[in-house]
Design a protein around this ligand. Structure first.
Ligand code: CA
Length: 276
C-alpha cells in the first residue's frame, strides 16, 4: 500500500465509534503535508473546553505540539494559539511562541498557513457546541474568525477534527448533519482548504507529521516517550479526558495502549519508507 494511504488508514480507525468514516476525504493528508512543506509561518490553534469538568481536554495540545516541533525542526516559524485561560498550560511543552486569542487579534507577520487541531468552530447559529450539544460559547474564543477571513488574506487553511464540530468541518457540512449524532445542531460551518478527519484529532496531527516525514525524508514524529511526557504534563496541570471528563492520562476515553498504538504504526510506516 502506498505510504500515504497507509497513514490515512491508520489514523482513521474509529475506536470510539464516532461515525466519522463518511467525513473522511481521501488524499487530504498528502495534500496538507505538501502544502505545509512550502510554508513560511504557521499559526496553530488548539484547545477544547470540557463543560462538565470546567477544564480543557487532552485531545488537541499533543497534536499541536507534534506539528509545531516538526515544523520547527524544518526551520519553519510557528505560533500556537488558544484561549487566554489555556495559554499557560499550552506553553509548557511548546517549541516556540504562543498567543492568546482575543477578539480582533491577528498574527504578525501575516502567516502562510492556519492549522486548526481539535478546535471548536461555530455552528449555523453562530454558537459553539460540544458533541453532546451543550453550548460552550462563553468558554470558546471566536478564533475561527481568522479562518473565515483567511482566504481574502491569501492564507492557506487546514483543519483537523474527529467529531464534526471542529474548525474545517464546514467542508463536509451536509455529511456531518446526516452522519453525526446532534449533527444538525453542532456541525461547524467554517470550512478549511484541506480537511483531515481522524478517529482522534491528535492522530490526525501525527498523520500529517508522518506524511511530512515521508516527503522530507526525515522522521519528524514525536517518540512514544515524548508523547507520554506531554500527556502526563497536561494531566498534572488539570487537563481532562474529553470523553470521560476525568483528570487522567487518557485521550477520548482510550487507554494508553490503544492511543499509542497509532503512533507506533506511523513510526513503522515512516521508517519503512525512509529505509527503502
Ligand atoms: Ca477528540
Amino acid at each position: 500500500m502506498p505510504p500515504f494511504s497507509a497513514i490515512e488508514q491508520v489514523i482513521s480507525q474509529d475506536p470510539g465509534n464516532r461515525g466519522v468514516g463518511p467525513l473522511i476525504l481521501p488524499g487530504q493528508v498528502l495534500d496538507a503535508a505538501q502544502s505545509l512543506l512550502q510554508s513560511q509561518f504557521v499559526v496553530i490553534p488548539t484547545g477544547f473546553y470540557v463543560l462538565t469538568a470546567g477544564a480543557f481536554e487532552t485531545d488537541g495540545p499533543p497534536g499541536a505540539w507534534a506539528l509545531e516541533h516538526a515544523l520547527s525542526a524544518l526551520g519553519i516559524a510557528t505560533q500556537l494559539l488558544t484561549d487566554p485561560d489555556f495559554v499557560h498550560v499550552l506553553s509548557l511543552q511548546a517549541a516556540g511562541p504562543i498567543a492568546a486569542y482575543r477578539e480582533g487579534w491577528s498574527p504578525e507577520p501575516v502567516p502562510s498557513h492556519f492549522v486548526s487541531i481539535e478546535r471548536c468552530g461555530r455552528a449555523a447559529d453562530s454558537r459553539y457546541y460540544n458533541l453532546r450539544g451543550l453550548d460552550i460559547t462563553p468558554f470558546t474564543a471566536p478564533l475561527d474568525d481568522l479562518f473565515l477571513n483567511a482566504q481574502a488574506a491569501g492564507i492557506e487553511t487546514i483543519g483537523i477534527g474527529d467529531g464534526g464540530n471542529e474548525i474545517g468541518m464546514g467542508r463536509v457540512l451536509p455529511l456531518v448533519k446526516t452522519s453525526i449524532p446532534n449533527g444538525e445542531q453542532i456541525a461547524c460551518v467554517v470550512p478549511t482548504d484541506k480537511l483531515i478527519v481522524s478517529g482522534v484529532s491528535n492522530w490526525g496531527a501525527w498523520g500529517l507529521v508522518a506524511a511530512m516525514s515521508v516527503l522530507a525524508k526525515r522522521n519528524l514524529l514525536p517518540s512514544r516517550a515524548d508523547e507520554i511526557t506531554r500527556i502526563q504534563c497536561l494531566v498534572e496541570n488539570g487537563v481532562v479526558d474529553g470523553k470521560t471528563g476525568c483528570n487522567e492520562p487518557t485521550v477520548d476515553g482510550l487507554t494508553a495502549d490503544v492511543y499509542l498504538q497509532v503512533l507506533d504504526d506511523l513510526h513503522r510506516i515512516v521508517n519503512w519508507e525512509l529505509s527503502r
